[in-house]
Design a protein around this ligand. Structure first.
Ligand code: AP5
Ligand code: MG
Ligand code: ZN
Length: 214
C-alpha cells in the first residue's frame, strides 16, 4: 500500500501513522522526523534545516525533495510506505506523481485528518515528542504510561523547538496557504479519505481510518 496522511500541523498525522503502519505492515516516512534526525546530528545540513523549521517555515522544495528521494531509494520501502508531511506544496505533489509514475507504482489513498483550528493550539503546546522514535504524546490528552518517558522506546520525551505559540501560528498560516491547496488537488483524484477528527479520541479516529481503508 502507498498512502499519504495529510492535515494541518497537530491534526494527529504522526499519531495515526504509528497505528496505521503497525496494522498494514508498511513503513512510515515523515519528512519532519527525517529533518529532526539531521538537526540532532548537528551537521551543517541540520543547522540549515533548523533555520527554516524553528520558526515554522517550510524547508525549500529542492532540498526537501532531494532528502526524500534519497530516503525512498532504500530497499525497506519496497513493500509500501505511508508519507507523512509530504507533499506540502504543489511542486512536491508534482514531483511525487512523476516519481510514482517512473517507478510504476500507484498511490492507493490519501488520508486527510481534518481538525478544527481551535483545537490545534492546545494540542501542540501540550505535546511531548520522543526525539528517538518520533512518537507523539500529550500532557493531558495522550499521556505516556510513565511520566516523560516514551512508551515505545523508553527515551526521555522533549518539547519540539517549533511547538511555541509563535511558531505554531506561522505553521498554520503556511499550511493553509500552501498545503490545503494540495489536498484539494488530490480531491479531484477521488482517492481522499476525509476523517472529521475534531473532538474525537485517537482510537475513534483510527477506527474510522481503518473502516475506510478496509
Ligand atoms: P512536521 O514534523 O511534519 O510537523 P507538522 O506538519 O507541523 O505536524 P506535526 O508533526 O506538528 O503534527 P501531527 O499532525 O503529526 O500531529 P501529532 O500526531 O504529533 O514538520 C515540521 C517542520 O518540518 C515544518 O514546519 C517544516 O519546516 C518542515 N517540513 C516537514 N516536511 C516538509 C516538507 N514536505 N516540505 C517543507 N518543509 C517540511 O499530534 C499532535 C498532538 O495532538 C500530540 O500532542 C498528540 O498526542 C495529540 N493528539 C493526537 N491525536 C489526538 C486526538 N485524537 N485527540 C487529542 N489529542 C490528540
Ligand atoms: Mg508529525
Ligand atoms: Zn520513542
Amino acid at each position: 500500500m502507498i498512502s499519504l496522511i495529510m492535515g494541518l500541523p497537530g491534526a494527529g498525522k504522526g499519531t495515526q501513522a504509528d497505528l496505521i503502519i503497525d496494522k498494514y505492515g508498511i513503513k512510515h516516512v515523515s519528512t519532519g522526523n527525517i529533518f529532526r534526525g539531521a538537526i540532532a546530528e548537528g551537521t551543517e545540513l541540520g543547522k540549515e534545516l533548523a533555520s527554516y523549521m524553528n520558526g515554522g517555515n517550510l524547508v525549500p522544495d529542492e532540498l526537501t525533495i532531494s532528502i526524500l528521494k534519497e530516503e525512498l531509494s532504500k530497499d525497506e520501502y519496497k513493500a509500501g510506505f505511508l508519507l507523512d508531511g509530504f507533499p506540502r506544496t504543489k511542486v512536491q505533489a508534482e514531483y511525487l506523481n512523476q516519481m510514482l509514475e517512473d517507478m510504476n507504482l500507484e498511490l492507493d489513498n490519501v488520508i486527510y485528518v481534518n481538525v478544527s483550528e481551535d483545537e490545534i493550539m492546545g494540542r501542540l503546546t501540550g505535546r511531548l515528542t520522543c526525539p528517538n522514535c518520533g512518537a507523539s504524546y500529550h500532557a493531558v490528552n495522550v499521556p505516556p504510561k510513565v511520566e516523560n518517558t516514551c512508551d515505545k522506546c523508553g527515551n526521555e520525551l522533549i518539547t519540539r523547538a517549533d511547538d511555541t505559540v509563535e511558531s505554531v501560528t506561522n505553521r498554520l498560516e503556511v499550511a493553509k496557504s500552501q498545503t490545503l491547496p494540495v489536498i484539494d488537488f488530490y480531491q479531484e483524484s477521488g482517492k481522499v479519505i476525509e476523517i472529521e477528527a475534531s473532538g474525537k479520541s485517537v482510537e475513534a479516529v483510527f477506527s474510522e481510518i481503518t473502516k475506510s481503508i478496509g
